[in-house]
Design a protein around this ligand. Structure first.
Ligand code: ADP
Ligand code: 5GP
Length: 195
């Protein structure tokens, strides 16, 4: 499991999309949220857009691997999809906030946590406005959280400063390659040399 977090606008979505383009076998978990859809967002593709009551029912039914309140809305990772993909031996990407990532790490210590950091506050603000998906008030709310979010970056396995996109992507690729070389992925390999 690869878990990406970082301040809003740092480039998590952009990086996850590019990584998946390079390796379509990576499965992206679609989160549930009580946030309203942005223009162009599709239910079931970008998020499962739920009413607060529906979200609370999913919490009560134990249907989330993790969930958290982020920037005034609820977000959660449906557990069934992740469990099913991992059981099939596939790699799963989660793009979730820090509270959620730390919950995942507790349940799955082998999950790899990658923190995507912006090169500067000015650049972060520029990117949030350039993206054009959030109102000025929403952008402000997100920027106000940045300093607190960055303070938790040292809980992650890796930090990538997303200055140049290609450079950041190369680093993610290097992390995946290194993590895939861990001994736990070689359990079946040794049996080829038996008898
Ligand atoms: P997040 O998912 O972390 O909120 P996005 O992936 O939506 O952030 O990126 C925010 C904006 O910044 C988008 O408009 C995206 O195209 C742009 N962006 C992402 N990475 C870079 C980069 N390395 N350099 C310049 N712009 C970038
Ligand atoms: P956005 O509203 O910009 O799509 O997402 C806001 C924040 O919520 C981002 O930090 C994003 O990573 C986080 N987020 C998205 N899905 C989930 C989820 O399932 N769980 C948690 N904990 N955070 C999520």
């Amino acid at each position: 499991m690869l878990v990406f977090s970082g301040p809003s606008g740092a480039g998590k979505g952009t990086i996850c999309r590019a990584v998946r383009q390079g390796d379509p076998s990576l499965r992206l978990s679609v989160s549930a949220t009580t946030r309203l859809p942005r223009k162009g967002e599709v239910d079931g593709v970008d998020y499962f857009f739920l009413k607060e009551k529906e979200f609370r029912e999913m919490i009560a039914n134990g249907q989330f691997l993790e969930w958290a309140e982020v920037y005034g809305n609820y977000y959660g990772t449906p557990v069934d999809f992740v469990r099913q993909e991992l059981e099939q031996g596939r790699d799963v990407i989660l793009e979730i906030d820090i509270q959620g990532a730390l919950q995942v790490k507790k349940k799955f210590p082998e999950a790899v946590l990658i923190f995507i950091a912006p090169p500067s506050k000015t650049e972060l603000i520029t990117r949030l406005f350039a993206r054009g998906t959030d109102s000025a008030g929403e952008v402000q709310k997100r920027i106000n959280c940045t300093a607190a979010e960055l303070k938790l970056a040292d809980r992650y396995d890796y930090i990538i400063v997303n200055d140049d996109l290609d450079r950041a992507l190369n680093k993610v690729q290097a992390i995946i390659t290194a993590e895939k070389s861990r001994p736990r992925f070689f359990n079946t390999y040794y049996s080829r040399f038996e008898s």
